[in-house]
Ligand binder design. Structure first.
Ligand code: 13P
Ligand code: SF4
Length: 326
């Protein structure tokens, strides 16, 4: 997680993105960036941005950037009156759970997630009936209504630790079948999974990794744990978006292949000019709905504010707080 100051002058911001944004494109971003920086001051707002935001958001208007875990923890410590979630809907809900008294805005309500839509609260209740006494872990990529039905949440950064913290021989882990399979390989706990998948990460193939290695034998391959297990097995490292970023910062490989969303590589490219970031990567259409104009509009109109049924929120918050307390 990186703290970002609110008051940069625009000239000083450009070097942060110059490796991935040409000057002509930067000119088109400047009016929105300027407006957002002003509106943040006027509204007493902060922007939390996920690692998959495009570089002009990530480097130029975000106050906090990070993976899902970092954003959930940061959300709990916000002092500003308004939080703008530059991420997808479940992330905005999590921020609201941690800040029930603050205004939490999502710049585009259509910014969903194929994992979050793969399961509803009744599915969880039915799993509980089928597996009485087995604890249930929900990936944060779920709705508040689903979180309200489970024992604890996890993210890709802490999934195995969360599973093992329960001290149970069997655990239900939902909704990502690939994350569940990847965790199952690293623990003695028996994992019962759900049939959800991330539409971006399920598309990566181990064959692509082998092909790329034959062309670039020195490439270091990093795979997000939402990738299929054979892809993770073919990689050199697997971890959350923040863990991938930390790995690159520490090892500084000559070439890196990040098997994850495309903006991730773009965002860390500026910090590591000596590293060549290889493609392929995948675009998340939901994350890409969050743009500078959408953030500006959210702050101008103060919409759309996240609302969660208080009864649901109390139970969902418990599951998130159990995770952040670990
Ligand atoms: P991280 O928790 O690793 O940031 O992942 C969130 C996500 O949506 C990945 O697709
Ligand atoms: Fe959901 Fe996948 Fe997009 Fe992440 S990348 S928000 S898991 S669809």
């Amino acid at each position: 997680m990186n703290a970002r100051a609110q008051d940069f002058d625009l000239e000083a911001l450009y070097p942060r993105v110059s490796r991935v944004i040409p000057p002509i494109e930067w000119l088109t971003y400047m009016p929105d960036i300027e407006a957002i920086l002003r509106l943040k001051r006027e509204r007493d707002a902060v922007v939390l941005a996920h690692n998959y935001m495009t570089p002009e958001i990530y480097h130029c208007v975000a106050d906090v950037v990070g993976d899902s875990l970092a954003l959930a923890k940061a959300a709990a410590k916000i002092e500003a009156r308004v939080v703008v979630m530059a991420g997808v809907h479940f992330m905005a809900e999590t921020a609201k759970l941690m800040n029930p008294d603050k205004v939490v805005l999502i710049p585009d309500t259509r910014a969903g997630c194929s994992l979050a839509t793969s399961i509803v609260a009744e599915d969880v209740r039915s799993l509980r009936r089928r597996h009485p006494g087995v604890p249930i872990v929900a990936y944060v990529n779920t709705t508040a209504a689903v979180k309200a039905e489970v024992d604890i949440c996890c993210t890709s950064a802490n999934a195995r630790d969360v599973v093992e913290s329960l001290g149970a021989p069997r655990v239900i882990m939902l909704p990502d079948r690939f994350l569940a399979a990847n965790v199952a390989k690293t623990t003695a706990v028996e994992i019962i999974s759900w049939d959800g998948a991330c539409e971006v990460h399920e598309g990566f193939r181990a064959g692509d990794v082998r092909e790329l290695r034959s062309v670039y034998p020195d490439a270091v391959v990093l795979a997000h744990p939402e990738c299929p297990p054979e892809v993770v097995a073919a990689a050199d490292f697997s971890g959350s978006t923040a863990q991938m970023s930390a790995f690159v910062a520490e090892r500084r490989p000559r070439r890196a292949l990040l098997l994850t969303e495309c903006s991730m590589g773009d965002n860390i490219a500026g910090e590591h000019p000596e590293v060549e970031f290889l493609r392929p990567c995948g675009l998340c259409p939901h994350m890409k709905r969050i743009t500078l104009p959408a953030i500006r509009r959210a702050l101008e109109t103060m919409t759309t504010a996240i609302e969660i049924d208080p009864a649901v929120a109390t139970r969902a918050r418990r599951a998130v707080e159990r995770m952040t307390a670990l």
